[in-house]
Ligand binder design. Structure first.
Ligand code: FAD
Ligand code: NAP
Length: 860
């Protein structure tokens, strides 16, 4: 699929400028904003009033799980000043009253057509408009079509046998009767233990004579700490609402929270427990997950946090079997929406409340009288189904939407949604989704995400009108790039490990893909703003007399690479090349103390070996398994000027653990004190010494492997050539991680990545100048690509997209292959020179480190 052809368009008149589907929080604000831009707008809504989520979900105990001062509109200062929330987490009736107040205040209902379900929408190519059909009759035409249909508005079809058999009433939390339900004296069976169930179970238990909860998967929940908002907090926030809201917009989850850099696993146990206890008492789900910086990315840290909650559950629930059944163990904490509760776990201590663990006795069928499991028959007076939603895509594909050439959105998304920014879709011109898949949406305070989307969409439409464009559509390149970026972001987290509705896993047959964008509300907003400021980068625009296409990928670096670069940028670090070598070494050593230490391994031994000009240090990393082991001779990076065993310590630990090999990290003298060829001589001596002594070091006697990163990879490549030429020790393989292989900077990567990715052209100049005279640089012992390559041991060459050295690494891999060497080349998309060595910092390079270790295991 290519980007749309850029022809000018003929746009026919329409009934209204814009049709919006849905009159929840999103549709209401859209209407207000579109009106303000002078656009005629009709909102079509299947319910008989506004409110969306808060119109439908009237079950007992329903409340928001983001504090109300945050979960509310920010677009109107008078509105936010005049409205008083009675509780920290407002109840459903109060939130609905608020949304009704907004509808009244801005006179919204006059442009909302209630009790009207949209059934289909088709793009009319010839006239550049949308034709929208509803269950209420007449077709409506509009230039713009916006789905504000909600992420959690389409109830999941009940997938239990005998769903219609029960003779008594069955209530769905997502479609609760407006008149309410009195469960007094009733035997109630409730299926589900998600957020809706966890909110309603304690309240239903207050009325029912018996409540049996059918749980398939337990969920993590923290206490909400309900109550009024302290007056001083209200006064504080109202006194600075605009600033407070701005902080929310720039935050990660749409709520201002303190920045934390603490790692759960790196803090002493007592400090960790104290922090968790404090967060537990605070009663805030984003706050609880924000206790540590690494809860969503590091399994060990996540396990510690999960363990804390397990202990809480065990301390609350009296029956040990029930307590165990309520402890979630099948997913990392936070990878399913964390629940907020009011005495949920304690409810199971009530004599008339019991839990059926469906993992042990699955439901076989719903019967006329109740529910049968594999072991028992239960009889009830009423059933409650808190069974969730076909989230994020359900309500969108429920409408038969066809774009250019009759392409169906449902079919286009058959393998999972693909969008540009979660806002638009190729082949669906002038079509937007609010909080759609691949936007932060359900991972955030949705009030913030809704406002951001509404403002972006309405500004975009305004821009189109002002600039004389009629049709806008994402380009394929931009959409593919965004799709890749959303997957990259999810892949560095633990989220894909959970069978959650975020993954589409709750609906049978739905593709398993991570639906929202996890890059954070603030950075997502920046991206969208950047797109708009660049004249709608990644979109093609067409009008009666002109066209414009700003194709391009908006985020190419791996997300953690981008975050690290941004952090470094914000720190305003001085360039290394502006320092003396000693100052640069001290600076690097100080930095190394701040980073994660790498994994625990069997043993670390420091020692010395004889170098040509005196003893040199080595550090040996022994795996935790019993030996003897393979031996890898490793040379650290640092441009021949900087570095030590310390600098590459986390990488060596990681390689040792994953490859089950002994890594001997050998020092060499540094330039400028010891210029070329001194480091080479030292590396040659190191290789020989390790090979000669490998039995004493714990080696298994098979040929050693040489490895290195950056300048260390240069030395590894050089010693491999030297060993071949001088009957040195046999070498089983070379591992060259983002190596320096040449002194020719004419290759494209030296220009493309000259700046901005830690290793810069300026720094490489500084390294070479300290290391080697101009005249020596073409010596193969400095630039191994200029040497004889035939007969070298098999090699793994790792190159990174955003590395000045990328192309010389690639050239070395290609040249060795041409010379008959067995070469595995790993080109890393979105990575930079330092990615592989940044263990537990650049998570997106985890797979690469695993692959390197696998190659080490496989060298024969
Ligand atoms: P909705 O409120 O879902 O509104 C969509 C509207 O579109 C609905 O009224 C629906 O009837 C209508 N519609 C859909 N399809 C059609 C069609 N084909 N034709 C006509 N009309 C249609 N988020 C938070 O950030 N914090 C919270 O505390 C929070 N609590 C929640 C509690 C519950 C019980 C649920 C289910 C969700 C909660 N959410 C929460 C998420 C919540 O959905 C959003 O915060 C927000 O209310 C969504 O607003 P919306 O306008 O985008 O969608
Ligand atoms: P949910 O989290 O998807 O929970 C549905 C529950 O039903 C799960 O426990 C699920 O078990 C169970 N279930 C579904 N089908 C089942 C079957 N066939 N047999 C047995 N059990 C079955 O849905 P939800 O509780 O409605 O919440 C959805 C989202 O809405 C939340 O994550 C949250 O974002 C939002 N929400 C927020 C609040 C709030 O506090 N403000 C309240 C409600 C909802 P499995 O997990 O095993 O599938």
């Amino acid at each position: 699929m290519t980007s749309p052809a850029l022809d000018t368009v003929t746009a026919a008149p329409t009934d209204v400028d814009v049709v919006v589907v849905g009159a929840g929080m999103a549709g209401m604000y859209l209407l207000h904003r579109l009106r303000a831009k002078g656009l005629s707008t009709t909102v079509l809504e299947s319910a008989d009033d506004v409110g969306g989520t808060w119109y439908w979900n009237r079950y007992p105990g329903a409340r928001c799980d983001i504090q109300s001062v945050d979960y509310s509109y920010s677009f109107d200062e008078d509105l936010q000043q005049e409205w008083e929330w009675s509780e920290k987490y407002a109840t459903q009736p109060e939130i609905l009253r608020y949304l009704q107040h907004v509808a009244d205040r801005f006179d919204l209902r006059r442009d909302i057509q209630f009790e009207t379900r949209v059934e289909s929408a088709a793009w009319d190519e010839e006239n550049s408009l949308w034709r929208i059909s509803t269950d209420a009759g007449a077709e409506v035409t509009a230039r713009w079509y916006i789905m504000a249909t909600g992420c959690l508005s389409m109830p999941k079809v009940l997938d239990i046998d005998g769903a219609d058999s029960f003779a008594g009433p069955t209530y769905f939390n997502s479609r609760w009767p407006h008149e309410g339900v009195d469960f007094t004296g009733m035997r109630v069976g409730l299926v589900g233990t998600g957020s809706s169930a966890i909110q309603s179970i304690p309240v239903i238990a207050e009325q029912a004579s018996e409540l049996v909860v059918f749980q398939r998967t337990p969920n993590f929940s923290v206490p909400a700490g309900h109550g009024p908002v302290p007056p001083d907090r209200i006064a504080d926030i109202k006194g600075r609402y605009p600033d407070y809201r701005q902080e929310a917009r720039e935050s990660r989850g749409g709520v201002p929270l303190p920045e934390t850099m603490d790692s759960a696993r790196m803090l002493p146990a007592d400090e960790r427990e104290a922090k968790l206890e404090e967060s537990w008492q605070e009663g805030d789900l984003l706050g609880f997950l924000n206790t540590f910086a690494d809860s969503a990315i590091n399994q060990e840290s996540n396990d510690l946090i999960a363990g804390f909650v397990h202990d809480k559950i065990r301390s609350i629930v009296e029956d040990p079997e029930t307590a165990e059944a309520l402890c979630p163990t099948d997913h990392p904490i936070g990878t399913k929406r964390l629940c907020l509760d009011d005495n949920y776990f304690a409810t199971y201590n009530l004599p008339h409340v019991s839990l059926v663990n469906l993992r042990k006795e699955p439901i076989t069928t719903i019967t006329e009288r109740g529910i049968d499991t594999s072991d028992r028959s239960f009889e009830f007076d009423a059933l409650v189904m808190a069974t969730g939603f076909d989230a994020m895509t359900g309500a969108i594909v429920a409408v038969d939407i066809t774009g250019r050439n009759g392409v169906s959105l449902k079919e286009k998304w058959a393998d999972g949604p693909i969008t540009y920014l979660g806002l638009g879709i190729t082949e669906f011109p002038n079509f937007f989704t609010v909080t759609g898949p691949q936007s932060p949406s359900v991972l955030s305070n949705m009030a913030v995400s809704i406002e951001q989307h509404v403002e972006w969409i309405t500004d975009c439409i305004g821009h189109m009108h002002d600039e004389g464009f009629d049709v806008i559509e994402p380009t394929q390149v931009a959409q593919d790039g965004w799709h890749q970026h959303t997957l990259d972001c999810a892949d560095i987290t633990l989220f894909p490990k959970a069978k959650s509705w975020y993954m589409g896993a709750n609906v049978p047959g739905k593709p398993r893909v991570f639906l929202p964008y996890i890059g954070g509300v603030g950075s997502y907003r920046e991206t969208c703003d950047e797109v708009a400021a660049g004249g709608y980068v990644g979109f093609s625009l067409a009008g009666a007399t002109k066209t414009q296409c700003n194709d391009g990928v908006i985020r190419r670096a791996q997300p953690d690479v981008a975050i690290l670069l941004q952090m470094m940028d914000e720190m305003g670090l001085p360039p290394l090349e502006s320092m003396s070598p000693d100052d640069a070494r001290a600076f690097m050593a100080a930095g190394a103390e701040q980073r994660p230490p790498g994994p625990e391994i069997g043993e670390v031994v420091d020692g010395t070996f004889p170098g040509p000009a005196g003893d040199l240090a080595y550090r040996l990393y022994r795996p935790p398994t019993s030996g003897p082991h393979r031996v890898v001779v490793y040379f650290h990076g640092g441009g021949w000027v900087l570095g030590s065993a310390d600098s590459d310590d986390p990488l060596c630990r990681d390689l040792c653990l994953q490859s089950d090999a002994i890594i001997v990290s050998c020092d060499y003298r540094h330039a400028p004190e010891a210029r070329f060829p001194a480091p080479v001589d030292d590396a040659v001596a190191a290789l020989q010494w390790v090979a000669d002594n490998q039995g004493d070091l714990g080696g298994n006697g098979s040929p050693v492997i040489v490895a290195g990163w950056s300048a260390g990879a240069n030395l590894a490549a050089v010693v491999a050539q030297s060993a071949r030429d001088s009957a040195g020790p046999p070498i089983a393989g070379q591992v060259l991680i983002t190596p320096v292989t040449d002194c020719d900077w004419g290759r494209a990567s030296f220009t493309e990545n000259a700046d901005g990715y830690v290793l810069t052209r300026g720094l490489m100049t500084w390294f070479w100048d300290h290391y080697c005279d101009e005249t020596d640089r073409t010596d193969p012992r400095a630039s191994p690509i200029r040497g004889e390559l035939a007969g070298l041991p098999p090699a793994l060459v790792v190159t990174a997209q955003f590395d000045p050295l990328r192309d010389e690494g690639t050239a070395y891999a290609d040249a060795m292959r041409e010379a008959g060497v067995i070469v595995e080349h790993l080109p890393l998309r979105g990575q930079m020179h330092t990615s592989v060595s940044s263990v537990d910092v650049i998570i997106s390079a985890n797979d690469t480190r695993t692959q390197i270790a696998k190659t080490i295991r496989n060298f024969t």
